[in-house]
Design a protein around this ligand. Structure first.
Ligand code: 26W
Length: 797
């Protein structure tokens, strides 16, 4: 480090800043990584291994410095070296911009899968977009969310390598001409298209201690040039460039910050086609160049996973290339395509399902539209002929229907595999959302319960706990996470439980310091740290949590001597910028916080904290310190959840509904080690279908509920009496669509059980350790192995 500092920056240690050291360090790490990366690529080519390509519009990568150091086996030594040089390693690592190219669970899942693939020696790579701006930077100003640009590329990003020579051209708009060849087959030519260059930037994905480095390739949009133009033409193109380069660069300009509702924006469709066209061209070029096999063998060497419907245009794009560029006929192209694609669904929320208006789609992507039309025609004809019983269902199954193109339907029809992300979610897809598709192609549907990278979320984020675990059960869990089950034997051993307790308390002290630095608020590190961290969304029910807090506050005001275990409620999460109700919830949390935290009467028994700008790095700080994990979505709505898994793995005990992967956590740890409450998915779905719920009845009969709701309007929470009127109206006049009131009382009771359990120290610690012990099932190592066996059929390097 000293040498590099001197040669590259002309500085001595005494003159160096943390940023200098960060860059020097990334250089050193890259020197280790690059040769292994080149070697991995060489082996893939020589062995002609089948490759899995993961297509995702989002990757929530977070920082890479620690995981790269850890995976190269250099983390401990680097920590020591930095300390010896007089630096705090954490401060040096914090110089890295957190790459936030995702909204939430779906994006983080994609990043985690890549990490596991490399660690398990699998040939699997990611393709995505190199957004100039990531998910917005959230600030809280007077209790409100304010969005600022996330300028993560302001300084050089040390892990990316620009590969200009591998750029490909993407074509939008224009006209399509059809010709008949001598042999009667059709030929398609495009004219007057708008051309855009897709330039790849590669990020190495480093396996854990195994000499494997895979690739995440992110495409950046740049203006297109023709070499060999005449001077006049070049000049007129230059003028055109001056006028239009901003529009072009916009394509990879920013990530849409909305994971709650679908908006049919041309720019978003452009982004999606840009990603898939660049990627599919790249995959086919690579196959032809390195594998030198006939195109009809493509499914033997390539499998493509599409992460939700956002990249599902990859299906017609593959058809286009196979037909228009490789000269295959429809039937053969379709046969190959449907053996290559597999689709993962991540949500059943109808407002988040993508549907494009035909007009907009056709104008932007005329040739792709023709292909989608043909896919639709053939699919509908097949339904009509082969499934007469479903004839009246064709409008709800057709890819093009009532003026719109339904992307989920396209993805199902064009894939050989369709999976949900937790058992209950897959069942809901099969029995409700996609039931007709399930009837005609049962074999396509399968479940792959999500997973998390335990090496990031336990080994790196919680070094104290990781060290303790290793002392107790040895090292093997790092590559075989199910070994964590070995901890169960010690869940009654008080001496060992004391050590777990000590670790948790140290982590809580660290978080308390961080909270103080961020907010100036002092929290009691002996209080219960109750954590609710995720996107702010009605279905995730931060509102239920804050209503409970208001209720507790009311109880304490009435009886300040109430024997209540002190609680610190910690929230973090971003709201989509135009999601009004979610933003009101943020404002409400912050308003309640400022009142509760400053009320001397309750003697600090209650604290409410909202930490701004939730991202991967903040999650790494909060999760190791959590006692209680809030997973309280309206049952049926949370496809899986993955924060639930991270918190469990760090010894938090879950309070939750029977939803998503909570159910699978419950299967493992049982009622004794988890607090389950509320409506079941069947009950919720039944209410939606048949009615029978009346929120006002609960308002009328439950005084606690009434008090809380009326407080929203009383002026107690803010200068403006009308501040929270939309929350109030949504519950009482729109009949509480997410069943907050319905689940209020069961939630209160569950929280009473939490409090009781926490008072019995060893009982609590036993619960906590039992959760850690079972969390190995939720390592993405387990999940990926199932994708490999059932869907991808790829082989280890
Ligand atoms: C309209 C734009 C849009 C719609 C949906 C953008 C992004 C989405 C995603 C599907 C939202 C998402 O991240 N879903 C989450 O995926 C996780 C990983 O599978 C699950 O654990 C979460 O339950 C699910 O909400």
């Amino acid at each position: 480090m000293k040498e590099k500092l001197f040669h590259e920056k002309g500085k001595t240690i005494a003159e160096a800043t943390e940023k200098d050291l960060f860059y020097v360090l990334t250089d050193i790490v890259n020197e280790q990584i690059i040769p292994v990366w080149e070697n991995t690529k060489k082996i893939y080519k020589n062995k002609k291994l089948k490759q899995m390509y993961y297509l995702s519009i989002e990757y929530l990568i977070g920082r890479l410095i620690k995981s790269n150091l850890s995976n190269c086996g250099m983390l401990t030594a680097t920590n020591e070296a930095l300390k010896n040089l007089g630096f705090d390693p954490e401060k040096v690592y914090a110089e890295e911009d957190d790459a936030g190219l995702g909204n939430g669970g779906l994006g983080r899942l994609a990043a985690g899968f890549l990490d596991t693939l490399a660690s398990l020696h699998y040939p699997g790579h990611g393709f995505g977009i190199r957004y100039r701006f990531g998910l917005f930077d959230q600030r809280i100003i007077q209790g409100n969310q304010v969005e600022l640009p996330d300028d993560w590329l302001n300084e050089p990003y040390p892990w990316e390598v620009r590969k200009e020579e591998e750029a490909v051209t993407i074509q939008f708009r224009g006209t399509v001409h059809m010709f008949r060849r001598g042999d009667g087959s059709l030929e398609f030519k495009y004219e007057h298209t708008d051309k855009v260059l897709a330039v790849p930037y590669d990020i190495p994905i480093v396996g854990y201690g195994n000499e494997v480095v895979n690739t995440l390739r992110l495409w950046s949009a740049e203006p297109y040039y023709d070499i060999g133009d005449s001077v006049t033409l070049a000049h007129s193109k230059f003028l055109h460039y001056l006028d239009h380069h901003h529009d072009i660069e916009q394509i990879s300009g920013f990530l849409y910050p909305d994971d709650s509702s679908f908006e049919g924006k041309v720019l978003r469709l452009k982004q999606q086609y840009f990603l898939v066209s660049a990627t599919i061209q790249n995959i086919i070029q690579d196959y032809k160049k390195h594998y030198r096999m006939p195109i009809r063998k493509l499914p033997k060497k390539v499998v493509i996973q599409i992460n939700d419907t956002h990249p599902s245009l990859a299906i017609p794009e593959m058809m286009r290339i196979l037909m228009d560029e490789e000269g295959l006929g429809w039937d053969e192209a379709w046969d190959l395509t449907t053996r290559i694609f597999a689709y993962t669904n991540h949500t059943i929320m109808s407002e988040a399902l993508e549907k494009w208006p035909i007009d907009l789609f056709k104008q932007l992507l005329p040739r792709i539209y023709m292909i989608v039309e043909e896919i639709n025609e053939r699919f509908c004809k097949g339904l009509w002929l082969d499934h007469p019983e479903l004839r009246d269902k064709i409008p709800e199954m057709a890819i093009i229907s009532y003026g719109q193109i339904h992307m989920a339907r396209l993805a199902i029809v064009g894939s050989f595999s369709v999976n949900g992300v937790a058992e209950i979610h897959t069942e809901i897809l099969k029995k409700q959302v996609m039931k007709h598709f399930y009837t005609i192609s049962k074999e396509k549907f399968n479940n792959k319960t999500n997973g998390i990278t335990h090496r990031r979320w336990l080994l790196q984020a919680n070094p104290r706990l990781a060290t303790l675990i290793t002392e107790i059960i040895g090292n093997k869990w790092k590559m075989q996470p199910k070994q964590l089950i070995g901890l169960l034997r010690y869940s009654g051993d008080q001496e060992i439980l004391d050590r777990f307790d000590h670790v948790k308390h140290e982590n809580k002290k660290a978080l308390a310091r961080f909270i103080f630095d961020q907010t100036g608020i002092v929290v009691d590190d002996r209080s219960i740290f109750d954590v609710h961290i995720k996107r702010i969304h009605e279905y995730k029910r931060q509102l239920l949590n804050i209503f409970h807090i208001i209720y507790l506050y009311n109880e304490l005001k009435e009886n300040p001597n109430l024997d209540l275990t002190p609680r610190t409620f910690i929230f973090a999460g971003k709201a989509a910028p135009n999601y009004h109700l979610a933003k009101e919830v943020i404002k409400l949390i912050n308003t309640v916080a400022s009142i509760v935290n400053n009320d001397g009467r309750i003697r600090g028994k209650l604290k409410v904290i909202f930490l701004e700008n939730y991202n991967v790095s903040l999650a790494e700080k909060i999760i190791p310190a959590a006692d209680v994990s809030e997973q309280i979505s309206t049952a049926s709505k949370e496809a899986s959840g993955t924060g639930n898994m991270k918190l469990m793995m760090n010894g938090a005990v879950t309070i939750g509904t029977m939803d998503g992967a909570n159910i699978e956590i419950h299967d493992l740890v049982g009622n004794e080690n988890m607090f389950i409450f509320g409506l079941t998915a069947d009950e919720v779905l039944n209410y939606y279908k048949n009615g029978g719920y009346n929120a006002r009845d609960i308002y009328n009969t439950d005084e606690r509920v009434r008090d809380v709701l009326e407080q929203l309007n009383s002026g107690e929470f803010g200068e403006h009496v009308i501040e929270f009127k939309d929350i109030y109206y949504n519950i009482l006049y729109h009949n509480d669509p997410y069943f907050v009131l319905k689940d209020f009382e069961p939630y209160l009771e569950a929280h009473e059980h939490v409090e009781q359990a926490y008072r019995n120290r060893y009982q609590w610690l036993k619960m906590s350790v039992t959760n850690i012990a079972h969390s190995g099932k939720f390592s993405s190592d387990q999940t990926i192995q199932k994708y490999v066996n059932v869907i991808w059929k790829i082989h280890r390097l």
